[in-house]
Write a protein that binds this ligand. Sequence first.
Ligand SMILES: [Zn+2]
Ligand SMILES: [Zn+2]
Length: 367
Amino acid sequence: MTHARVALFEAPDEKLTVVDVQVGPLAEDEIRIRVAGVGICHTDLTALRGGVPLPLPAVVGHEASGIVEEVGAEVTTLVPGDHVVVSFDSCRTCTQCTSGRPAYCELFAALNYFGTRLDGSTTMSRDGEPVHGNWFGQSSFGTHAVASVRNAVKVDESLPLQLLGPLGCSLQTGAGTVMRVLRAKPGQSIAVFGLGAVGLSALMAAKALGCTPIIAIDPNPERLNLATELGATHTLDPNAIDDIAWAVTDISANGVDFSVDAVGLESVVQQALAVLRSPGICATLGLQGLENDIVIDQGHLLLGRTLTGVIEGDVDPHQFIPQLVDLWKKGQFPFDKLIETYTLPEINEALAAAAAGSVIKPVIVFD
Ligand SMILES: [Zn+2]
Ligand SMILES: [Zn+2]
């Protein structure tokens, strides 16, 4: 049993409170990490609004990096001292996991959203009462987190550990969608709607793959400037343009090969479909809640167009995070440009900045 200082989530729409909790003992397949950094992802904000049926009190946070402090009895692949990035959890044994698609693990919801281990126990407690952890198999808004050996990816100790956590969710979601789902090739065209961490990661991946043109669409002028710096060939402000589809075909005749919707609003999904050439693929990634009806034109889809949803970039983090690290080392995935750091006592400020969009990727860092 050890202690952790965490940002406790006690009620929807209330500020988190920084308190001490007890952690452990570890189950046989678990590890405890000392958190070096943890990103704030929009799915955390959705949970903090009460948009996910997570039992409370709980600790959220699911983009951690850190150093392994202790491992459970059956853990053989990690040892104390290892540097890790912690991604989403998956069972590693079901049909989807064994075919390389753990983002569609048959136990995904139970392992990532329910706030307990599969046996109903919790990884943390406070004054003898359960504190719900296991959020994305980690609950890492704190100094220490319990993860499983399945979702911790070992990384090289020479890397800037504090900044690596977002590779485990938002960055792999955007990049994985372009590299592993759309499988874009050099010279193919792409439009990216919504320039948060997910959209900008999709854009950086498209640039790394040699896509052109790369059209970035967002109402925020600072983000359009950053998109240009990161490789966008064209930028569009939807508030300044009546017809996005027309503007895109003006840049890329007949439309684009691929579009990525990193917003999730009906109007944006409709635009992301409207800009496609025939055939073409639109990937929708933005989460606006578990129920989000949209109307689309079947006549438009019939022309060989595809609309697909993607979770976590449909990647296996154990393979994909090392690839993103290699791209970063070559200067082709400069995700550090999206990050601003905060300390744990500043977490409510960091959450507000993420919600307002004034910071693309806040990361809480620890000494
Ligand atoms: Zn599985
Ligand atoms: Zn996330």
